[in-house]
Design a binder for this molecule. Structure first.
Ligand SMILES: [Zn+2]
Length: 390
Protein backbone atom coordinates (compact mmCIF):
# COMPACT_ATOMS: atom_id res chain seq x y z
CA UNK A 1 0.00 0.00 0.00
CA UNK A 2 1.36 3.35 -0.94
CA UNK A 3 0.84 6.25 1.38
CA UNK A 4 -1.55 9.10 0.93
CA UNK A 5 -0.84 11.22 -2.10
CA UNK A 6 -2.55 14.21 -0.61
CA UNK A 7 -2.42 17.00 -3.15
CA UNK A 8 -1.77 19.77 -0.64
CA UNK A 9 1.78 20.50 -1.75
CA UNK A 10 0.80 20.79 -5.41
CA UNK A 11 -2.14 22.97 -4.45
CA UNK A 12 -0.01 25.31 -2.41
CA UNK A 13 2.47 25.46 -5.28
CA UNK A 14 -0.28 26.78 -7.54
CA UNK A 15 -2.18 23.77 -8.93
CA UNK A 16 -5.93 24.48 -9.25
CA UNK A 17 -8.38 22.62 -7.02
CA UNK A 18 -10.73 20.16 -8.71
CA UNK A 19 -13.97 21.66 -10.07
CA UNK A 20 -17.23 21.08 -8.25
CA UNK A 21 -19.37 18.38 -9.89
CA UNK A 22 -22.49 19.61 -11.71
CA UNK A 23 -24.96 17.27 -10.02
CA UNK A 24 -24.50 15.22 -6.90
CA UNK A 25 -26.03 12.89 -4.41
CA UNK A 26 -25.17 13.25 -0.75
CA UNK A 27 -25.47 11.89 2.75
CA UNK A 28 -25.35 14.06 5.86
CA UNK A 29 -24.16 13.24 9.34
CA UNK A 30 -23.94 15.54 12.34
CA UNK A 31 -20.81 17.35 11.16
CA UNK A 32 -20.24 16.27 7.54
CA UNK A 33 -22.04 16.38 4.20
CA UNK A 34 -20.52 13.74 1.91
CA UNK A 35 -21.48 14.10 -1.75
CA UNK A 36 -20.63 12.25 -4.94
CA UNK A 37 -21.40 12.62 -8.66
CA UNK A 38 -24.99 11.77 -9.54
CA UNK A 39 -25.31 8.32 -11.06
CA UNK A 40 -22.24 6.82 -9.37
CA UNK A 41 -23.00 4.14 -6.78
CA UNK A 42 -20.85 5.51 -3.98
CA UNK A 43 -23.21 5.44 -1.04
CA UNK A 44 -21.16 2.75 0.72
CA UNK A 45 -17.95 4.74 0.35
CA UNK A 46 -19.78 7.84 1.54
CA UNK A 47 -20.96 5.99 4.62
CA UNK A 48 -17.47 4.75 5.37
CA UNK A 49 -15.99 8.22 4.91
CA UNK A 50 -18.62 9.81 7.13
CA UNK A 51 -18.06 7.24 9.84
CA UNK A 52 -14.30 7.84 9.87
CA UNK A 53 -14.75 11.61 9.76
CA UNK A 54 -17.21 11.63 12.66
CA UNK A 55 -14.80 9.48 14.67
CA UNK A 56 -12.02 11.94 13.89
CA UNK A 57 -14.27 14.84 14.91
CA UNK A 58 -15.03 13.20 18.24
CA UNK A 59 -11.37 12.50 18.97
CA UNK A 60 -9.90 15.77 17.77
CA UNK A 61 -12.57 18.41 18.33
CA UNK A 62 -14.83 17.07 21.09
CA UNK A 63 -12.15 15.34 23.13
CA UNK A 64 -8.90 16.76 21.79
CA UNK A 65 -9.70 20.45 21.96
CA UNK A 66 -8.94 21.39 18.35
CA UNK A 67 -11.08 24.32 17.18
CA UNK A 68 -13.63 23.16 14.56
CA UNK A 69 -12.87 23.91 10.92
CA UNK A 70 -13.96 27.35 9.73
CA UNK A 71 -17.41 27.73 8.20
CA UNK A 72 -19.31 25.26 10.37
CA UNK A 73 -21.94 27.92 11.14
CA UNK A 74 -23.01 27.59 7.50
CA UNK A 75 -23.64 23.85 7.74
CA UNK A 76 -21.81 20.53 7.81
CA UNK A 77 -18.24 20.26 6.54
CA UNK A 78 -18.36 19.62 2.75
CA UNK A 79 -16.73 16.37 1.62
CA UNK A 80 -16.68 15.27 -2.01
CA UNK A 81 -16.05 11.77 -3.25
CA UNK A 82 -14.30 12.42 -6.55
CA UNK A 83 -13.41 9.41 -8.75
CA UNK A 84 -11.43 11.77 -11.01
CA UNK A 85 -9.30 13.18 -8.20
CA UNK A 86 -5.59 13.46 -8.95
CA UNK A 87 -4.21 11.82 -5.81
CA UNK A 88 -5.82 10.06 -2.88
CA UNK A 89 -7.20 13.14 -1.15
CA UNK A 90 -7.09 16.90 -1.07
CA UNK A 91 -8.36 19.71 1.14
CA UNK A 92 -8.50 23.32 0.07
CA UNK A 93 -10.20 26.59 0.93
CA UNK A 94 -13.10 27.43 -1.34
CA UNK A 95 -16.24 29.52 -1.43
CA UNK A 96 -19.25 27.31 -0.77
CA UNK A 97 -22.64 29.04 -0.91
CA UNK A 98 -20.93 32.34 -0.25
CA UNK A 99 -18.87 31.10 2.70
CA UNK A 100 -15.08 30.65 2.62
CA UNK A 101 -14.40 27.24 4.16
CA UNK A 102 -12.37 24.07 3.64
CA UNK A 103 -13.53 21.48 1.14
CA UNK A 104 -12.36 17.88 1.48
CA UNK A 105 -12.10 15.61 -1.56
CA UNK A 106 -11.42 11.87 -1.36
CA UNK A 107 -10.83 9.33 -4.13
CA UNK A 108 -13.53 6.71 -3.38
CA UNK A 109 -11.52 3.94 -5.07
CA UNK A 110 -9.54 3.70 -1.84
CA UNK A 111 -12.64 2.50 -0.01
CA UNK A 112 -11.49 -0.94 -1.19
CA UNK A 113 -8.80 -0.59 1.49
CA UNK A 114 -10.93 0.35 4.51
CA UNK A 115 -8.18 1.05 7.05
CA UNK A 116 -6.34 3.28 4.61
CA UNK A 117 -9.52 5.03 3.46
CA UNK A 118 -10.46 5.85 7.06
CA UNK A 119 -6.97 7.16 7.78
CA UNK A 120 -7.05 9.18 4.56
CA UNK A 121 -10.34 10.80 5.58
CA UNK A 122 -8.94 11.67 9.00
CA UNK A 123 -5.75 13.03 7.40
CA UNK A 124 -7.78 15.38 5.21
CA UNK A 125 -9.94 16.40 8.16
CA UNK A 126 -6.82 17.47 10.03
CA UNK A 127 -6.02 19.68 7.05
CA UNK A 128 -9.50 21.23 7.40
CA UNK A 129 -8.68 22.00 11.05
CA UNK A 130 -5.29 23.41 10.06
CA UNK A 131 -6.88 25.89 7.65
CA UNK A 132 -8.72 27.36 10.60
CA UNK A 133 -5.45 28.10 12.36
CA UNK A 134 -2.99 29.02 9.63
CA UNK A 135 -2.97 30.47 6.14
CA UNK A 136 -0.42 28.53 4.08
CA UNK A 137 -0.50 31.26 1.45
CA UNK A 138 0.94 33.68 4.00
CA UNK A 139 3.80 31.34 4.88
CA UNK A 140 7.29 32.73 5.11
CA UNK A 141 9.98 31.43 2.78
CA UNK A 142 9.57 28.56 0.35
CA UNK A 143 6.24 26.78 0.38
CA UNK A 144 7.84 23.48 1.39
CA UNK A 145 9.05 25.28 4.52
CA UNK A 146 5.36 25.42 5.44
CA UNK A 147 3.92 22.30 3.83
CA UNK A 148 6.00 19.58 5.46
CA UNK A 149 4.46 20.23 8.88
CA UNK A 150 0.93 20.19 7.48
CA UNK A 151 1.53 16.69 6.16
CA UNK A 152 3.49 15.37 9.14
CA UNK A 153 0.83 16.75 11.49
CA UNK A 154 -2.06 15.37 9.43
CA UNK A 155 -0.51 11.91 9.58
CA UNK A 156 0.09 11.98 13.32
CA UNK A 157 -3.26 13.60 13.99
CA UNK A 158 -5.01 10.88 12.00
CA UNK A 159 -3.04 8.20 13.83
CA UNK A 160 -4.24 9.46 17.19
CA UNK A 161 -7.79 10.21 16.07
CA UNK A 162 -8.53 6.76 14.68
CA UNK A 163 -6.00 4.60 16.50
CA UNK A 164 -4.54 4.20 13.02
CA UNK A 165 -0.91 3.99 14.09
CA UNK A 166 -0.28 0.85 12.08
CA UNK A 167 -1.46 2.51 8.85
CA UNK A 168 0.51 5.67 9.51
CA UNK A 169 3.59 3.66 10.49
CA UNK A 170 4.01 2.64 6.85
CA UNK A 171 4.99 6.24 6.13
CA UNK A 172 8.05 5.88 8.35
CA UNK A 173 9.89 4.26 5.43
CA UNK A 174 9.70 7.48 3.45
CA UNK A 175 11.67 9.26 6.17
CA UNK A 176 13.92 6.32 7.00
CA UNK A 177 15.16 6.18 3.42
CA UNK A 178 16.52 9.72 3.58
CA UNK A 179 16.92 11.07 7.09
CA UNK A 180 19.82 13.17 5.79
CA UNK A 181 17.49 15.27 3.63
CA UNK A 182 16.52 18.77 4.71
CA UNK A 183 13.62 18.58 7.13
CA UNK A 184 11.37 20.44 4.68
CA UNK A 185 11.81 17.80 1.95
CA UNK A 186 8.56 16.94 0.15
CA UNK A 187 9.69 14.47 -2.52
CA UNK A 188 9.17 10.78 -1.95
CA UNK A 189 6.69 11.20 0.87
CA UNK A 190 9.43 12.43 3.23
CA UNK A 191 7.05 14.92 4.87
CA UNK A 192 4.53 12.18 5.69
CA UNK A 193 7.29 10.18 7.35
CA UNK A 194 8.12 13.20 9.47
CA UNK A 195 5.14 12.24 11.64
CA UNK A 196 7.89 10.44 13.57
CA UNK A 197 9.04 13.78 14.96
CA UNK A 198 5.57 14.45 16.36
CA UNK A 199 5.44 10.93 17.78
CA UNK A 200 8.69 11.46 19.67
CA UNK A 201 7.70 14.93 20.88
CA UNK A 202 4.43 13.57 22.22
CA UNK A 203 6.12 10.66 23.97
CA UNK A 204 9.26 12.28 25.33
CA UNK A 205 8.82 16.02 25.54
CA UNK A 206 5.41 17.55 25.08
CA UNK A 207 2.74 15.06 26.12
CA UNK A 208 -0.39 13.94 24.28
CA UNK A 209 -1.62 17.45 23.48
CA UNK A 210 1.63 18.65 21.94
CA UNK A 211 0.40 18.49 18.36
CA UNK A 212 -2.74 20.52 19.05
CA UNK A 213 -0.75 23.00 21.10
CA UNK A 214 1.79 23.37 18.30
CA UNK A 215 -0.98 24.42 15.91
CA UNK A 216 -2.58 26.74 18.44
CA UNK A 217 0.81 28.37 18.93
CA UNK A 218 1.38 28.52 15.16
CA UNK A 219 -1.92 30.35 14.73
CA UNK A 220 -0.36 33.28 16.53
CA UNK A 221 2.93 33.05 14.66
CA UNK A 222 2.00 33.61 11.00
CA UNK A 223 5.42 35.08 10.28
CA UNK A 224 7.39 32.21 11.81
CA UNK A 225 8.53 28.97 10.18
CA UNK A 226 7.97 25.64 11.87
CA UNK A 227 11.51 25.17 13.12
CA UNK A 228 11.19 28.38 15.13
CA UNK A 229 7.67 27.56 16.36
CA UNK A 230 8.70 24.08 17.50
CA UNK A 231 11.73 25.51 19.27
CA UNK A 232 9.58 28.09 21.03
CA UNK A 233 6.99 25.51 22.08
CA UNK A 234 9.54 23.24 23.74
CA UNK A 235 12.03 25.79 24.99
CA UNK A 236 15.04 24.38 23.18
CA UNK A 237 16.68 25.07 19.85
CA UNK A 238 15.32 23.29 16.78
CA UNK A 239 18.68 21.55 16.43
CA UNK A 240 18.51 20.23 19.97
CA UNK A 241 14.95 19.06 19.41
CA UNK A 242 15.90 17.21 16.23
CA UNK A 243 18.95 15.73 17.94
CA UNK A 244 16.79 14.28 20.69
CA UNK A 245 14.34 12.88 18.18
CA UNK A 246 17.07 11.46 15.96
CA UNK A 247 18.86 9.69 18.80
CA UNK A 248 15.63 8.17 20.09
CA UNK A 249 14.33 7.10 16.69
CA UNK A 250 17.64 5.69 15.46
CA UNK A 251 18.03 3.71 18.68
CA UNK A 252 14.49 2.30 18.48
CA UNK A 253 13.20 4.15 21.51
CA UNK A 254 9.80 5.21 20.18
CA UNK A 255 6.78 3.46 21.64
CA UNK A 256 5.71 1.94 18.31
CA UNK A 257 9.25 1.33 17.12
CA UNK A 258 8.39 -2.26 16.14
CA UNK A 259 6.09 -0.83 13.45
CA UNK A 260 8.59 1.68 12.11
CA UNK A 261 11.22 1.44 9.41
CA UNK A 262 14.59 2.22 10.93
CA UNK A 263 17.02 4.41 8.98
CA UNK A 264 20.18 3.04 7.45
CA UNK A 265 23.40 3.86 9.22
CA UNK A 266 27.12 3.89 8.61
CA UNK A 267 28.44 0.59 9.96
CA UNK A 268 31.15 2.25 12.04
CA UNK A 269 32.16 5.61 13.42
CA UNK A 270 35.82 5.96 12.44
CA UNK A 271 38.02 8.83 13.55
CA UNK A 272 37.79 11.50 10.89
CA UNK A 273 34.34 10.52 9.66
CA UNK A 274 33.22 13.45 7.54
CA UNK A 275 30.35 14.59 5.40
CA UNK A 276 27.86 17.33 4.87
CA UNK A 277 24.30 17.64 6.08
CA UNK A 278 21.27 19.69 5.18
CA UNK A 279 19.56 21.73 7.87
CA UNK A 280 18.03 19.36 10.42
CA UNK A 281 18.97 16.38 8.29
CA UNK A 282 20.56 13.48 10.15
CA UNK A 283 23.15 10.80 9.40
CA UNK A 284 23.57 7.78 11.66
CA UNK A 285 26.69 5.93 12.70
CA UNK A 286 26.91 2.62 14.56
CA UNK A 287 29.22 2.57 17.56
CA UNK A 288 31.16 -0.54 16.59
CA UNK A 289 33.59 -0.49 19.53
CA UNK A 290 33.07 -0.71 23.30
CA UNK A 291 32.79 3.04 23.49
CA UNK A 292 33.57 6.11 21.44
CA UNK A 293 34.28 9.68 22.49
CA UNK A 294 33.01 11.83 19.67
CA UNK A 295 33.88 15.50 19.27
CA UNK A 296 32.14 17.06 16.27
CA UNK A 297 33.70 19.85 14.23
CA UNK A 298 31.31 21.98 12.21
CA UNK A 299 27.76 23.26 12.57
CA UNK A 300 26.32 19.93 13.67
CA UNK A 301 25.15 18.29 16.85
CA UNK A 302 25.94 14.67 17.63
CA UNK A 303 23.46 12.86 19.85
CA UNK A 304 23.14 9.47 21.44
CA UNK A 305 20.98 7.74 23.98
CA UNK A 306 22.32 9.69 26.92
CA UNK A 307 23.04 13.15 25.62
CA UNK A 308 24.32 15.35 22.88
CA UNK A 309 27.39 17.38 22.03
CA UNK A 310 27.97 20.32 19.73
CA UNK A 311 31.24 21.76 18.48
CA UNK A 312 33.73 22.06 21.34
CA UNK A 313 32.06 19.29 23.35
CA UNK A 314 32.46 15.53 23.50
CA UNK A 315 29.87 12.80 23.57
CA UNK A 316 30.60 9.41 25.04
CA UNK A 317 28.61 6.75 23.25
CA UNK A 318 28.45 3.11 24.21
CA UNK A 319 28.98 0.19 21.89
CA UNK A 320 25.93 -1.31 20.27
CA UNK A 321 24.15 2.03 20.08
CA UNK A 322 23.86 4.56 17.30
CA UNK A 323 24.83 8.17 17.24
CA UNK A 324 23.04 10.72 15.12
CA UNK A 325 24.72 13.70 13.49
CA UNK A 326 22.27 16.50 12.72
CA UNK A 327 22.95 19.58 10.62
CA UNK A 328 22.40 22.97 12.27
CA UNK A 329 23.16 25.41 9.45
CA UNK A 330 20.17 26.49 7.33
CA UNK A 331 22.55 26.60 4.36
CA UNK A 332 23.97 23.12 5.03
CA UNK A 333 27.01 22.14 7.05
CA UNK A 334 30.25 20.24 6.51
CA UNK A 335 31.45 18.27 9.51
CA UNK A 336 34.25 16.08 10.78
CA UNK A 337 33.95 13.72 13.73
CA UNK A 338 37.02 13.42 15.90
CA UNK A 339 36.62 10.01 17.48
CA UNK A 340 38.57 8.33 20.23
CA UNK A 341 37.69 4.67 19.87
CA UNK A 342 38.08 2.25 22.78
CA UNK A 343 38.01 -1.46 22.27
CA UNK A 344 37.73 -2.92 25.76
CA UNK A 345 39.55 -6.20 26.10
CA UNK A 346 38.87 -8.92 28.64
CA UNK A 347 40.69 -8.02 31.86
CA UNK A 348 40.82 -4.30 31.19
CA UNK A 349 40.16 -2.24 34.32
CA UNK A 350 36.94 -0.29 34.11
CA UNK A 351 37.61 3.23 32.92
CA UNK A 352 36.03 5.64 35.41
CA UNK A 353 37.30 8.81 33.80
CA UNK A 354 34.01 9.48 32.07
CA UNK A 355 32.12 10.33 35.23
CA UNK A 356 28.76 8.63 35.12
CA UNK A 357 29.80 6.78 32.03
CA UNK A 358 27.01 8.29 29.99
CA UNK A 359 28.12 11.62 28.68
CA UNK A 360 31.65 12.92 28.87
CA UNK A 361 30.63 16.49 28.23
CA UNK A 362 31.02 17.94 31.69
CA UNK A 363 30.93 21.65 30.97
CA UNK A 364 28.20 23.68 32.68
CA UNK A 365 24.76 23.18 31.19
CA UNK A 366 24.53 25.21 28.00
CA UNK A 367 23.87 24.57 24.35
CA UNK A 368 23.32 20.92 23.69
CA UNK A 369 23.67 20.06 27.36
CA UNK A 370 20.71 22.28 28.06
CA UNK A 371 18.83 20.03 25.72
CA UNK A 372 19.88 16.94 27.62
CA UNK A 373 18.70 18.57 30.82
CA UNK A 374 15.42 19.63 29.24
CA UNK A 375 14.91 16.12 27.98
CA UNK A 376 15.35 14.66 31.43
CA UNK A 377 13.08 17.22 33.04
CA UNK A 378 10.44 16.55 30.43
CA UNK A 379 10.69 12.84 31.00
CA UNK A 380 10.13 13.35 34.71
CA UNK A 381 7.07 15.45 34.24
CA UNK A 382 5.56 13.16 31.68
CA UNK A 383 1.97 13.32 32.71
CA UNK A 384 0.08 10.55 31.03
CA UNK A 385 0.60 7.05 29.84
CA UNK A 386 1.59 7.00 26.22
CA UNK A 387 -1.40 5.97 24.13
CA UNK A 388 -0.89 2.64 22.44
CA UNK A 389 -1.21 2.99 18.71
CA UNK A 390 -1.90 0.37 16.10
ZN1 LIG B 1 -2.14 15.94 3.28
Amino acid sequence: MSGPACGLAALLAGAPPPPAPAAEESVETEHFAVSWPAGDDLSAAAGDAAEALEAAWTALVDEGGWPPPPGMDAGPQPVRLDPELDGTGLTWMDEVDGVERPVIALDPAWDAHPDFFAELAAHEFVHALQYGLRDPGAAVGAIDEETWCWEASAEWGAAGALDAGAVVAEQSAAYAERPEARYTELDGGHAYGMFLLHAWIEEAVGGPEALRDLWLLAAGRPDSAWDAILAEQHGVSAGALWAGFSAAYGNRQLADNALYAIPASEAAVPDGAAGSLAYLGTRYYDVDVAEARIAPEGAVIVSGLAGAAGEGETLLARGGTRVAVTGLDPDGADYVLHVERRVRRPGDPEDRSAGNGLCAATAPARGPLAWALAWLVAARRRRLQRPRRG
